[in-house]
Design a protein around this ligand. Structure first.
Ligand code: CUA
Length: 367
């Protein structure tokens, strides 16, 4: 639990733990610095994506509009705040205590009233028009025949990701191809929900779009840079909304093809290695199979994430923790007891430590 306790370390609690006195405070500060630097050494799974650094066509369009809106609002703010500051300083009450006369009152200046009515209307209309134009451009963009179609279903608190054309299902980490001028690649995403309203938001790739029960919404991604882009659910959806994280991994078209091929491969069932086969037997003998799917096995539940290629994912628990053997072990042992995602819908399966060892050994072969 090294990385996690480091990430979650709280400067206040460590200061308290060290007790009073100067050496105590210094010790606590050093401990906190060490803890936060060791957390930084690992990948920060709670890093925040920068929405001012777009890497996809629709995100750029939204970015440009928001800059214009920010600029107009900044000018208004500077004028208003400047006038207030000037007035407060210039017309301060300087007279003696009994000098309480009201300043001259001005009524009925149609010029001033016209100005402060018409100007805001013009500004608002301009903002409405440019925003509406961008919304329409993004929403009505024609999807080419060749667009990669994926379907994302929001669950409390994870993302189910279907690649219907490629014939596999994954979770929480969405892989898509890079778009270049010579080879434009667009990913068209259908958004649905299995329970409550969620919201798909990967700031560097597109704006927020809600996932609503009994309805299908759409968005599209057209990234021009490879890499991992972080996102999260942007609509409060219950206790672990904050741990409903998303990763979009953008590959070159060649690497994307390789990734698709790896996801299409089926694991060998039952495993040939007797040690791994024991883990497989333990897995299928428990209720794990009612909620999880592993392609080619009797596990075909759909309540939890598909585990067919679990080890190709960087994180577990929808980004709640890095997918390390230790975290995976703690998660299988009891997701409720770990501080990764308390309140998640996976119950404590009351497994013996030896059973957890066996199951984790099997899960680790799901590449
Ligand atoms: Cu799903 Cu918030």
């Amino acid at each position: 639990m090294n990385g996690l306790s480091g990430t979650n370390s709280n400067p206040v609690s460590s200061t308290k733990a060290a007790g009073a006195g100067k050496p105590g405070i210094l010790f606590a500060l050093a401990a906190w610095l060490f803890a936060s630097s060791s957390a930084r050494a690992q990948e920060d799974i709670h890093a925040v994506a920068n929405m001012f650094d777009p890497k996809s066509v629709p995100a750029l369009q939204i970015h440009d509009v928001s800059l214009l809106v920010l600029l107009i609002c900044a000018v208004i703010f500077i004028i208003v705040a400047g006038l207030i500051t000037y007035t407060v300083l210039r017309f301060r009450h300087k007279g003696s205590e009994d000098d309480h006369e009201e300043p001259p009152q001005i009524y009925g200046s149609s010029q001033i009233e016209l100005a402060w009515t018409v100007l805001p209307i013009i500004i608002t209309v301009v903002l409405i028009l440019v925003t509406a134009r961008t919304i329409a451009e993004i929403q009505n963009a024609k999807m080419p025949e060749s667009a990669l179609q994926i379907r994302v279903v929001g669950h409390q608190w994870w993302w189910e990701v279907h690649y219907p054309g490629q014939g596999f299902v994954t979770a929480n980490e969405i892989h898509i191809p890079l778009s270049t001028e010579e080879q434009p690649e667009i990913t068209h995403v259908a958004l649905e929900s299995a329970d409550v309203i969620h919201s798909f938001w990967v700031p560097q790739l597109n704006g927020k779009t809600d996932l609503i029960p009994n309805r299908t919404n759409h968005l599209w991604l057209q990234p021009w840079e490879t890499g991992t882009f972080l996102g999260n659910c942007a609509e409060y959806c219950g206790a672990q909304h904050g741990h409903m994280l998303l990763r979009v991994i953008v590959h070159t078209p060649e690497d994307f093809k390789k990734w698709v091929a790896s996801q299409q491969a089926k694991p060998v069932t039952p495993p040939t290695d007797p040690k791994i086969a024991l883990g497989y037997d333990t897995f299928v003998a428990h209720a794990c199979i009612n909620c999880h799917t592993i392609d080619g096995t009797v596990a075909n539940g759909v309540f939890g994430p598909d585990l067919t290629h679990l080890m190709t994912r960087d994180t577990i628990g929808a980004g709640a923790a890095l997918n390390t053997p230790k975290n995976l072990w703690l998660w299988v042992r009891d997701p409720q007891a770990s501080d990764m995602k308390p309140g998640c819908l996976m119950p404590d399966m009351k497994l013996l430590d030896s059973e957890v060892d066996q199951i984790v050994a099997y899960l680790e072969t799901l590449k």
